[in-house]
Design a binder for this molecule. Structure first.
Ligand SMILES: [Zn+2]
Length: 432
């Protein structure tokens, strides 16, 4: 059912019982053909391995039924998750839950040796829209290390910290780390390798590809910063860290004592086997929670990696990179295509300076996608289309149209799309 070997029945039962005392879940399970009338029937459901029959809950449910579903008693913090329209999703963090989330981040950072007397250059934002920032800060301190908070945009401050405080670790978005180094190099300010941190936690970015090779951005950070060891993690604001990379980089190891993870085929609702991409659906195992996820659909699309034990010795399931979003799923000539995967492949080719996916619905309701590409400097347009087509064919079952576009034109399309959404992130999937 989950890719794990043993069903965590007692913890899962406790979660379902907690769900039964929540007015939202009780109503949901009593209705919708579930017809569950008592906690005893929930137990029965688990014994019969029918957990997968419980309905999937989505962010829209959190918006519509926030007052029922959220538990604010004992909350010590709020995690805000960006929404495009309507009521924002504010999630209460209970004291024990915050501790549990921080413990999961601690497991990630211990992978690169963060511990007592370690010095960590922490470039993550502590702002209200970013759940990981404060949890990382608390995790570093809980390990007995020193968190040196720096705003990524303040380059001179960071260079001073590197020079005078000599942090051995850095935590940040790898794309930001690359931009920062390139900026400093262009201005003749980049310090000697010997001064720079040797180990990194990469956050909020894909660090590896579906074939488990490092993402080009990771290789670039390693070149520029001289990073020798790194880790990264996967999670969501609704539930915190779900999985992390070990030093062998064989995919994300699931924190399977804290959350149950299922991968569900978005079309059929069936559980996915190894290699088959599906939506990441989570259920809390560690309680309590301000928001209790029980079969909560994260919208992220990923696939299980083979079930062999990792070289680090862990035998738990390993998750591949997030290759798309469920609500961005396109149907082209009967095939499922995730625009994020296309964008990732184009980005990694280094042939394009800028790209996005334009999507249009045909009169018959099918999707028509066009990859809009601005060629990288020195790359010929005609040549680019042929080379990208050859690369994309290796990754996707059906090839959308490729179209060259002027940088200014693409920016204008993004700007128009930005007006329609919440304005937090520059959109890369554009309605044409
Ligand atoms: Zn491992």
């Amino acid at each position: 059912m989950t890719g794990t070997h043993d069903e965590p029945i007692p913890a899962l039962l406790a979660t379902l019982q907690a769900g039964w005392s929540n007015p939202f879940y009780r109503r949901l399970w009593q209705g919708q053909g579930q017809g569950l009338g008592s906690p005893r029937e929930l137990e029965q459901l688990l014994c019969e391995a029918r957990f997968g029959e419980l309905p999937i809950v989505r962010k829209d449910d959190l918006k519509r039924h926030a007052d029922e579903i959220m538990c604010w008693d004992g909350a010590v913090d709020v995690v805000s998750s960006s929404g495009t329209t309507g009521r924002p999703v504010d999630i209460p963090l209970l004291a024990a839950e915050e501790q549990n989330r921080v413990d999961r981040v601690r497991r990630t950072i211990r992978e690169i040796g963060v511990g007592p007397n370690g010095r960590v250059l922490d470039l993550l934002s502590l702002n209200d829209m970013f759940a990981l920032g404060p949890q990382m800060w608390l995790a570093i301190k809980a390990e007995g290390a020193m968190a040196i908070r720096c705003q990524a945009a303040r380059l001179q401050r960071i260079l001073d910290v590197v020079h005078y405080l000599k942090p051995g670790f850095v935590v940040g978005n790898p794309h930001v780390l690359v931009a920062m180094a390139e900026d400093a190099i262009a201005n003749g300010l980049w310090p000697d390798r010997a001064l720079l941190p040797r180990a990194a936690v990469f956050a909020v970015a894909a660090t590896f590809q579906s074939d488990l090779l490092p993402a080009p951005v990771v290789q670039r950070v390693q070149e520029l910063w001289g990073i020798e060891t790194y880790t990264s993690q996967y999670g969501c604001s609704e539930a915190g860290t779900l999985a992390y990379e070990c030093g062998h980089h064989r995919g994300y190891h699931i924190n399977d004592g804290d959350n149950l993870i299922e991968l569900i085929d978005p079309d059929t609702g069936a559980a996915c086997g190894p290699g088959q991409a599906g939506e990441v659906v989570i259920t809390a195992l560690a309680l309590p929670r301000g928001f209790l996820p029980i079969r909560y659909g994260t919208n992220d699309i990923a696939a299980w990696i083979d079930h062999r034990a990792c070289d680090c010795g862990r035998t738990s399931s390993r998750l591949g990179p997030v290759i798309g979003r469920r609500d961005h799923q396109l149907k082209i000539k009967g095939q499922t295509l995730f625009p994020e995967l296309l964008l990732q492949v184009v980005d990694e080719s280094r042939l394009a300076r800028h790209c996005a996916i334009g999507v249009r619905k045909t009169e018959l309701g099918a999707d028509e996608a066009t990859i809009l590409v601005v060629p990288a400097e020195g790359v010929d347009g005609g040549d680019l289309v042929h080379r990208l087509e050859a690369i994309l064919t290796r990754h996707v079952p059906v090839l959308p149209r490729l179209s060259l576009i002027e940088e200014s034109q693409l920016r204008a399309l993004e700007e128009r799309e930005l007006q329609r959404t919440n304005g937090v992130k520059v959109p890369r999937v554009l309605a044409l």
